[in-house]
Design a protein around this ligand. Structure first.
Ligand SMILES: Nc1ncnc2c1ncn2[C@@H]1O[C@H](COP(=O)(O)OP(=O)(O)O)[C@@H](O)[C@H]1O
Ligand SMILES: [Mg+2]
Length: 239
């Protein structure tokens, strides 16, 4: 189904002998924002690593717009139009801001118009433009997060995965990051937002999946969960 931007179906994933994901299935519809929640160690990052091909699953399917990608290389999967903003940002500290962005540049698939370039990323993040020649390692945490997002956008993805982009940031900076995510969604990007903070996610998400101990325990629309008044504390801990 072309309306499915991302699909994981019956994924089992292991670290050596440790069984981390158990039959995990979820989907992100085209143009929708999926909030992927769960406490520390629930398997959120592992699910992202499976999606981008860093950790091949032992069983199950991963599809990007209907194309089966499980078991393919990270490069081949990126070429399908998936980009990950990794947990902890992982920018190149000893490269300049501009160099961090330039190395990630990629044309969109299928001859689509080039949406994200250095110019459009700088227009979206003016502070990165001001600091374009600075070493990325000298940026503040919030600026590094913006750079990590900008770098993912430079690959002109059709599915954007963001792993805890608010982690370790002051509340005002978190609000800026969330405003950016909202704008990207309004532009039609399909987004998976991984978070521990349920409140942040409920403010922007169309759909919610909650992982607990490597299993999907909730899969619903945000509206359904809100109207049902579902108590998420048992799955998420107290926030
Ligand atoms: N590199 C690794 N080697 C072994 N176990 C790991 C590794 N990374 C994560 N794990 C384990 O996998 C489980 C899921 O981790 P992770 O996906 O990082 O959770 P989350 O992102 O939800 O906090 C945890 O039990 C964690 O200890
Ligand atoms: Mg994680």
């Amino acid at each position: 189904m072309a309306s499915e931007a991302l699909l994981l179906a019956d994924i089992d994933a292991f670290f050596a002998d440790s069984h981390v994901l158990h039959r995990v299935s979820f989907r992100c519809g085209e143009g929708r924002l999926l909030g992927l929640l769960g406490r520390n160690g629930a398997g959120k990052t592992t699910s992202m690593n499976v999606t981008v091909g860093v950790l091949p699953p032992r069983r199950g399917r991963v599809e990007i717009y209907g194309a089966a990608v499980a078991g393919r290389s990270p490069e081949a999967i990126a070429a399908q139009g998936v980009a990950l903003v990794p947990q902890g940002r992982r920018i190149f500290r000893s490269l300049s801001v501009r160099e961090n962005l330039a190395v990630a540049a990629r044309k969109p698939r299928g001859g689509l118009p080039l949406l994200w370039t250095l110019d459009t990323v700088f227009a979206t993040f003016p502070r990165l433009q001001e600091r374009r020649d600075q070493y990325a390692g000298t940026l503040s945490g919030g600026e590094q997060q913006m750079l990590a997002i900008g770098r993912a956008l430079m690959s002109n993805p059709r599915v954007l995965l963001m792993d805890e982009p608010s982690e370790g940031l002051a509340p005002q900076i978190v609000a800026e990051v969330m405003a950016t995510i909202r704008r990207l969604k309004e532009q039609g990007l399909s987004i998976v937002l991984v978070e521990q903070n349920a409140k942040l996610v409920f403010d922007v998400a169309d759909d919610i999946v909650i992982l607990n101990s490597g299993r999907v325990v909730i899969d619903a629309t945000a509206a359904e969960l809100k109207s049902a008044g579902t108590d998420l504390h048992q799955h998420l801990g107290i926030y």
